[in-house]
Unconditional design. Structure first.
Length: 275
């Protein structure tokens, strides 16, 4: 393969959601044939641990097969077959996301119905795909808060707030006098993380049974966090996170009212966990 051809294929695979390094390893196997992780680490400026991680990703996408041997040898799947598999997986993923959206709209039709000042709520909704877009949207929303930030977060999304530094934005707003409240589902076992939150934020445990997490700020916006899985041949392979940003004051007021209701009947976290 020429350099231009390899670059074009790499860019194409990136459009299918495959990271550049992962795509390059796949193309190397496609060009050179079966190889070990050790040989691949010599061809790329990457340590063997990362090579194995990328190979595992390729295996999960059915782009690479293990052909045995000691050490293990890996072989690329036919390019056309691989691409068709990825496209089918993405189509199933999009269908799942659309079904989630329909469920949300059906369950919260009242909260999401436009008020008199908002003639069309669709003009105020934006879909964000992938963790980077979701975190950017959350941080931007937090930055614009002037009065209050309400968070209903399960364990997974609480960890995301930590690991992607949204906690810094929340702490900054707390120091500016913004009221920050955190509700956690009663079923979640997250005492260690709660202990960290307790140092700064008002946290309560709720029996509120939701299938997704969300954040509201002032009476300005809602951010719904959606987790979904992509499937290959009926098997769940990759979990992804997406979000819906709703910039509608009327809808946000309704969500805030619901949050405040559950907040007022929820238990303070220190009586639920040892921190």
């Amino acid at each position: 393969m020429s350099d231009n051809f390899s670059e074009e294929l790499t860019e194409y695979l990136k459009k299918l959601g495959i990271d550049r390094e992962v795509a390059l390893i796949y193309l190397m196997l496609l060009r050179k044939g079966a190889s070990t992780a050790g040989n691949l680490s010599k061809a790329f400026p990457l340590d063997r641990t990362k090579i194995y991680r990328y190979l595992k990703t390729l295996q999960s996408l059915n782009l690479v097969e293990v052909v045995g041997g000691t050490p293990l040898r890996f072989q690329a799947v036919d390019f056309e077959l691989a691409v068709e598999t990825i496209i089918r997986s993405r189509e199933e993923h999009i269908t799942q996301i659309k079904n989630q959206k329909e469920g949300i709209m059906a369950k919260y039709s009242e909260q999401l119905r436009p008020g008199e000042e908002n003639s069309d709520v669709s003009l105020h909704m934006r879909f964000l795909e992938g963790i980077d877009s979701v975190i950017t949207g959350i941080n931007s929303m937090i930055e614009k808060a002037d009065i209050s930030i309400n968070l209903f977060l399960d364990r997974r999304n609480l960890m995301r707030i930590y690991s992607h530094h949204s906690i810094i934005y929340l702490s900054r707003k707390l120091n500016e006098g913004v009221n920050v409240k955190v509700l956690i589902p009663e079923s979640e076992s997250i005492s260690e993380l709660v202990a960290d939150f307790m140092r700064n934020f008002d946290v309560r445990v709720s029996n509120m049974n939701e299938t997704f997490s969300y954040i509201t700020t002032d009476s300005k916006a809602i951010f719904l966090i959606l987790d979904s899985e992509s499937y290959v041949s009926g098997k769940a392979m990759n979990r992804s996170v997406n979000g819906i940003l709703i910039d509608s004051s009327e809808s946000t007021k309704r969500f805030n009212s619901m949050f405040e209701f559950f907040w007022n009947i929820s238990e303070k976290v220190e009586s639920k966990f040892s921190v």
